[in-house]
Write a protein that binds this ligand. Structure first.
Ligand SMILES: NC(=O)c1ccc[n+]([C@@H]2O[C@H](COP(=O)([O-])OP(=O)(O)OC[C@H]3O[C@@H](n4cnc5c(N)ncnc54)[C@H](OP(=O)(O)O)[C@@H]3O)[C@@H](O)[C@H]2O)c1
Length: 306
């Protein structure tokens, strides 16, 4: 998907600068196309900025639903594809299923959901329910939520993958104290994707998890990339450094997200966003250059000195 010059300016990306810079980083096909990375071992590429929907909870309030509809439209218009949800996120799957149907975005997204059951039968029912709520005959990615019942649920998923009801299977955590168990499962089981917490505020995954994912050819979705908003609060009174323009970064949101996706082991990140303004800002990180090793060090130092 190519964006027009106008759309890039709308993203706050500064088209004049972009169009003269050229693609400095692998994965940048051209300056007005989203940055993509390949799912290891395949020819399938994903834009590096996705969306997390753990707060996509709608009651009866039409304003809430309109805000999510406009956020989804903005995400899609700016080249977003990967959407992460879960049955545990209350009305998230249902809201997404309805909005995707209303907006006729049927084939626009790479949809990832999760299963959070111990027992085989209960896991199958949970996955079936997700397909129903999301109006899908099959799911792009099914993940074991927080490693729960991993062995049994991955057996289910291998069967579902063989029969075409899911394309990729994976496991998730967002807690450092589960990294050792995650690592053991990555070594033991046939996993296509993992999801792990990684951000400028939480870098533990760099030690063992991300190198292992690269070694084994496992795709990585980085979750909680904004430290649940903590990074914005920590930088609220600080001016974005001038050197951020060296990687085409114009906001703190882009600063945090470009750090995450410039890590070689990370395939895509899924910032939580429920507002159009946040989607516009974050999707700007899907374009232009990414920080190199020196710039990443400067980013780390800036956050460490706060
Ligand atoms: N174990 C698991 O599998 C697991 C665990 C945790 C999370 N996850 C996944 O990871 C996703 C992301 O995690 P998260 O949403 O908890 O944390 P996050 O992405 O680190 O932070 C989201 C918070 O940042 C705010 N925000 C987003 N963009 C912003 C911007 N440009 N400027 C200012 N504020 C901004 C959001 O506000 P608004 O909502 O107001 O836009 C929200 O409050 C989840 O949605 C979920 O899909 C998975």
């Amino acid at each position: 998907m190519k964006l027009t010059r106008r759309q890039i300016i709308a993203a706050g990306a500064g088209a004049g600068t972009y169009l003269s810079l050229g693609a400095a980083t692998s994965g940048l096909a051209s300056v007005n196309e989203p940055i993509t990375k390949a799912i290891p071992g395949t020819n399938e590429r994903l834009p590096v900025i996705g969306i997390g929907t753990n707060r996509w909870v709608t009651g009866g309030n039409p304003d809430e639903k309109a805000a999510l509809r406009n956020t989804l439209k903005t995400f899609q218009r700016m080249g977003g594809r990967v959407i992460d949800t879960a049955p545990a996120y209350r009305t998230s799957e249902q809201a997404l299923g309805q909005l995707i149907a209303e907006l006729k975005f049927d084939d626009a997204f790479f949809l990832a959901t999760k299963v959070d059951r111990e027992e085989k039968r209960a896991g199958i029912e949970r996955m079936q329910d997700s397909l129903t709520k999301l109006n899908r005959a099959s799911m792009d990615l099914m993940q074991v939520h927080n490693l729960r019942g991993a062995q049994v649920q991955l057996e289910n998923m291998v069967e579902w993958r063989a029969s075409g009801r899911i394309r990729y299977l994976g496991i998730t955590t967002s807690r450092n104290d589960q990294h050792a168990e995650l690592e053991a499962l990555m070594n033991e089981l046939p996993i296509d994707f993992i999801q792990v917490n990684y951000s400028l505020a939480e870098r533990a995954a760099e030690e063992r998890i991300l190198p292992l994912a690269e070694e084994k050819g496992i795709a990585v979705l980085a979750n909680i990339p904004l430290a649940r908003g903590r990074l914005f609060r920590a930088t609220a009174n600080i001016k974005l450094p001038g050197w951020a323009t060296e990687f085409d970064c114009r906001s703190w949101g882009q600063f945090f997200l470009k750090y995450v996706v410039s890590q070689s082991g990370v395939t895509c990140t899924i910032p939580g966003m429920t507002r159009v303004a946040h989607a516009e800002d974050n999707m700007g990180a899907n374009f232009g250059r990414l920080p190199d090793a020196d710039l990443r060090k400067r980013q780390e130092q800036l956050i460490a000195n706060l």
